[in-house]
Design a protein around this ligand. Structure first.
Ligand SMILES: NC(=O)c1ccc[n+]([C@@H]2O[C@H](COP(=O)([O-])OP(=O)(O)OC[C@H]3O[C@@H](n4cnc5c(N)ncnc54)[C@H](OP(=O)(O)O)[C@@H]3O)[C@@H](O)[C@H]2O)c1
Length: 326
């Protein structure tokens, strides 16, 4: 089917490529035109402005926005809505806050324009592995976009059906799911990313213990452990095998001391929204909270709090800090 992609960054360009490979007609737009020209060479129909983008899409249009959440997405949705007509469909595939989706879907609905929020997981590997899609919005719009979801999702592949689901014909086994009404897709994706933070933090801390292995804290043992080998063995049959562990194994093989990284870890919003939501619902999320705070911590050296702790120990017990270089 014909679909537009607006935003040809790491995600949008590969979404377009995966759709082209499956025979879809893809109309592309990007703020920086060089990326449009690149995709034109790969078979897409390019457009040099949003007006041209809207003109090249046939009614009822479907346009997938893949730009940073917040203001860029908001502006793109509004700009497209101004160029679209009743019956057209706007899809936000970025990592938007689900409450923004609820508002946008309602506003667009009043103008007869459909809106779907599609949490899209797969990162730079999605082109080859497929994207896991978590979808919110009207069933009619989801139905219309089914050929696109089928092409983007991984499909059942080599993953055996969950026992009891052998006869199941639901789309979840293909890697895409209509989760509920407006916002539900990004709500599920938000929690997915919150879990991702927690899993990553657990691996990171576990490997930290292995890397210290007695050399810190005056322990009475020392092990020289090969972390890349341990990651590799855990990939095979252990209960903590996962794709994140696969990626950790690759990183440790490429750079065993991780010398290419400072350890300054960004967060991109979803972890914070997961906590906001948990607080709103009074849902206890100890691990997810700790994982987010660990990222904040990663961006600071010894903090003011650390200094005050040290000062108080000194005050009550005369505990002096050990000598250090700086
Ligand atoms: N990377 C991931 O692993 C991943 C995974 C899942 C979801 N996502 C989500 O997918 C979306 C895109 O991520 P990405 O990784 O593809 O980002 P990216 O590589 O940084 O690309 C961003 C894209 O958005 C465009 N853009 C940025 N600001 C804009 C603005 N103000 N107006 C118009 N266009 C603008 C950029 O255009 P220019 O080329 O002109 O700069 C570029 O095409 C985000 O919402 C992100 O959270 C990312």
């Amino acid at each position: 089917m014909q679909i537009g992609i607006a935003g040809l960054g790491r995600m949008g360009a590969n979404l377009a490529r995966r759709l082209l490979r499956d025979g879809h007609e893809v109309v592309v737009y990007n703020r920086t035109l060089a990326k449009v020209q690149q995709l034109e060479q790969e078979g897409a129909t390019g457009s040099s402005s949003l007006d041209e983008f809207a003109d090249r899409l046939r009614w009822p249009r479907a346009a997938w926005i893949m730009v940073p959440s917040g203001r860029p997405t908001e502006e793109m949705v509004l700009a497209l809505a101004d160029r679209f007509e009743a019956g057209d469909l706007i899809i936000d595939g970025g990592n938007s806050y689900f409450k923004d989706d609820i508002r946008r879907a309602r506003d667009l609905w009043d103008r007869g324009i459909f809106y779907l929020d599609v949490g899209t997981s797969g990162g730079v590997w999605g082109l080859s592995r497929g994207y896991c899609l978590m979808i919110g919005g009207a069933g009619e719009a989801v139905e219309r976009l089914t050929p696109v979801f089928r092409s983007l999702a991984p499909g059942a592949g080599y993953i055996p059906p969950t026992p009891g689901r052998e006869e199941d014909t639901g789309t979840a086994q293909e890697g895409w799911l209509h989760c509920g009404p407006a916002g539900a897709g990004h709500f599920v994706k938000m929690v997915h990313n919150g879990i991702e933070y927690g899993l990553m933090q657990a691996y990171a801390e576990g490997f930290h213990i292995l890397s210290d292995a007695g050399r810190m804290g005056g322990a009475d043992y020392v092990y020289e452990l090969d972390l890349a080998e341990i990651a590799e063995v855990w990939r095979r049959g252990s209960v903590i095998s996962s794709w994140l562990l696969d990626l950790a194994a690759t990183a440790l093989l490429e750079d065993p001391g991780l010398a290419g990284y400072t350890g300054f870890v960004q967060d991109s919003g979803e972890g914070r929204w997961t906590l906001h939501t948990a607080i709103e619902q009074a849902t206890p999320v100890d691990v997810l909270a700790a994982a987010l705070l660990a990222r904040f911590r990663s961006r600071q050296g010894n903090t003011f709090a650390d200094k005050l702790l040290s000062a108080m120990r000194d005050q009550f017990g005369g505990h002096k800090e050990p000598p250090h270089d700086d």
